[in-house]
Design a protein around this ligand. Structure first.
Ligand code: SF4
Ligand code: SF4
Length: 377
């Protein structure tokens, strides 16, 4: 690997970390301001996974000017992270411009893709437009009649990503009722780690976003995958939501979808999440801070067994904000239960103290947001 590539990759990682800290500071500073938005530039997909309800085979890409206007609106609402999903977003001819526009606002840009359309040239183009994160979900080791998102099929693409990408790559595998070969998830996570990527594991949900307890063999695979992740900021260590769902226990939490998390469908309407469309179903162009505040206060009946991890991760920031001491104590207890030698990382302790835990925290949050500014590609 060329030294210049390694240096550029490291510089990008530092820049990304700086903007992650800024996102955290903003989330702590404002109680209701949106943090994460998911956008859909195209509903069409080149695959047809049988469990999926988020694609079709016919729709056109959303016109680029419309996508750019949606990004500008989300930036005006104050979001810190925009996730581009689909369908398959690599089918959108203006994807690079979409990423560039997100970055022009200093917002973190994330792409969720099935990876099929990646090539070395496509990966370099994503580097150049400033993509921050790529997430690829892989369902099995070998393709079957449920899903073609397979480690065997995507191996070559993963190797290209390992050698070419300057963005952060996460490989997600899935467990849950209907998963035929749970041991595949562990093989996928191990391969991801061997290639230098992050690995996560999701719990399958139904069409209303609801997850069910894992059988014991799958729960065991889940715990093994969780132990592979050792990044300081990884939610994997701290995800009580998934831990409860694995056991079939309800989560007590307040879903802030429609406020802290916004899902914008291909038609430009704001929904709670990908599985709860129609609520509130207001055009993004007309979505106001009053709408955000109203949605923030709403109770959602689907919350106790919700398996939408991106919304729960956003909610975890609110838990930190509401009770930093309790949250840190809880994190530590959970992590130590599975790994008695675990010590909370010094960097996380320092950030928690700086932004949450000292008499000057509010002032430091404002200073951090100002100093960290907006990132360049
Ligand atoms: S690749 Fe993704 S969007 Fe396409 S059908 Fe499969 S799960 Fe759905
Ligand atoms: S609890 Fe929130 S994220 Fe989960 S399904 Fe309901 S609206 Fe979606």
């Amino acid at each position: 690997m060329l030294i210049s590539h390694v240096l550029r990759t490291k510089a990008r990682a530092v820049n990304r970390r700086r903007r992650e800290v800024k996102m955290f500071a903003r989330a702590m500073q404002h109680r209701t301001q949106p943090i994460v938005a998911q956008i859909v530039p195209i509903r069409r997909c080149n695959l047809a996974c049988t469990y999926c309800n988020e694609f079709d085979h016919s729709s056109d890409p959303v016109p680029l000017p419309e996508m750019l206007a949606r990004i500008d609106r989300l930036a005006a609402l104050g979001v810190s992270v925009i996730t581009i999903s689909g369908g398959e977003p690599l089918l959108h001819p203006g994807l690079d411009d979409i990423v560039r526009r997100i970055r022009s606002h200093g917002v973190l840009a994330t792409l969720i893709s099935n990876g099929y359309l990646l090539s070395p040239a496509r990966i370099r183009a994503l580097n150049d437009c400033g993509l921050d994160y790529l997430q690829i979900s892989i369902d099995n080791v070998r393709p079957d009649d449920v899903s073609l998102k397979s480690l065997g099929v995507l191996e070559r693409k993963l190797e290209w990503l390992a050698s070419e990408s300057r963005f952060s790559v996460t490989i997600n595998s899935v467990l849950g009722i209907g998963v035929r070969h749970p041991e595949d998830a562990l093989a996928i996570a191990r391969r991801a780690r061997a290639l230098g990527f992050h690995s996560t594991v999701g719990i399958a949900h139904d069409g209303a976003g609801q997850s069910r307890a894992l059988p014991e063999d799958q729960a065991s695979v889940y715990r093994q995958i969780r132990r592979l992740e050792n990044g300081v900021f990884s939610f994997a260590h701290y995800d009580r939501f998934q831990e409860n769902l694995v056991r079939g226990l309800a989560n007590e939490w307040h879903c802030r979808a429609g406020a802290r998390f916004l899902y914008i469908c291909e038609d430009g309407l704001v929904h709670w999440c990908s599985q709860q469309r129609g609520h509130p179903g207001i055009p993004l162009a007309d979505y106001t801070r009053e709408d955000v505040d109203r949605q923030y206060a709403l109770d959602k009946a689907c919350a106790p067994f919700c398996g939408i991890s991106c919304v729960q991760q956003t909610a975890m920031l609110d838990e930190v904000r509401a009770d930093p001491h309790g949250m840190l104590k809880d994190l530590l207890a959970r992590r130590r239960a599975s790994d008695p030698d675990f010590r909370i990382p010094a960097l996380l302790r320092l950030i928690a103290w700086t932004f949450l835990d000292n008499p000057l925290a509010a002032r430091l949050q404002r200073i951090a947001v100002r100093l960290l500014g907006s990132g360049s590609v």
